[in-house]
Design a binder for this molecule. Structure first.
Ligand SMILES: Nc1ncnc2c1ncn2[C@@H]1O[C@H](COP(=O)(O)OP(=O)(O)OP(=O)(O)O)[C@@H](O)[C@H]1O
Ligand SMILES: O=C(O)[C@H](O)[C@@H](O)[C@H](O)[C@H](O)CO
Length: 159
């Protein structure tokens, strides 16, 4: 089984994907760990990524999803903001991906990001993340205002 937890920066993807992987006993991966260094450097100086920056990253993730789907499966935390990014992520993979969108207001997410320590991504880029986000009409959409445990329970009972 492949689950992709997606949404804007700071929406809780890593927190929720990690928790889901523990509960479901599936390996956890964070798409942040697959960015080329130049993407990390760009975000670290407060510049948002464009389609060109994201392409090699998405292609390498698509290859990995293909590999994971043939072994133990995975829970992947990945922004996957645009429809064409999600199409790329699923292009090598024959069966359906379980898409889980974390939805919340920019005020709530900004508050959480501003108290998060030691992360290269600050809330300065949050507006551009919301501008890029294309909300699909498929997948499970979950409200992030609740405690992570209740969000994880809700996801598990709906996938
Ligand atoms: N449901 C929640 N309730 C309260 N705090 C939360 C919740 N989910 C996440 N957080 C906190 O919000 C912050 C952002 O969460 P997290 O790092 O998991 O988001 P992310 O989407 O993975 O971010 P990024 O894309 O920038 O890596 C963290 O400090 C995390 O502890
Ligand atoms: O598509 C993107 O713009 C990136 O994936 C970002 O979302 C960051 O990687 C992440 O949010 C930082 O942690």
């Amino acid at each position: 089984m492949i689950i992709i937890v997606f949404g804007v920066s700071g929406s809780g993807k890593s927190t929720i994907a990690k928790g889901l992987s523990e509960r479901l006993r599936l390996p956890y991966y964070d798409a942040d760990d697959f960015h080329p260094q130049q993407n990390i450097d760009k975000m670290s100086v407060g510049k948002s990524l464009n389609d060109e920056d994201r392409l090699p990253w998405l292609l390498s993730l698509a290859d990995n999803i293909n590999i994971w789907s043939q072994s133990e499966g995975a829970v992947l935390a990945c922004s996957a903001l645009k429809e064409k990014y999600r199409a790329l992520l699923s292009s090598n993979y024959k069966t359906d991906i379980n898409w889980v969108l974390l939805k919340g207001t920019s005020e709530l997410i900004k508050r959480r990001m501003d108290t998060r320590k030691g992360h290269y991504m600050t809330s300065k880029l949050l507006n551009s993340q919301f501008e890029d986000l294309e909300i699909p009409d498929y997948g499970l959409h979950v409200d992030i205002s609740e405690h992570p445990d209740s969000i994880i329970d809700k996801i598990i009972s709906n996938i």
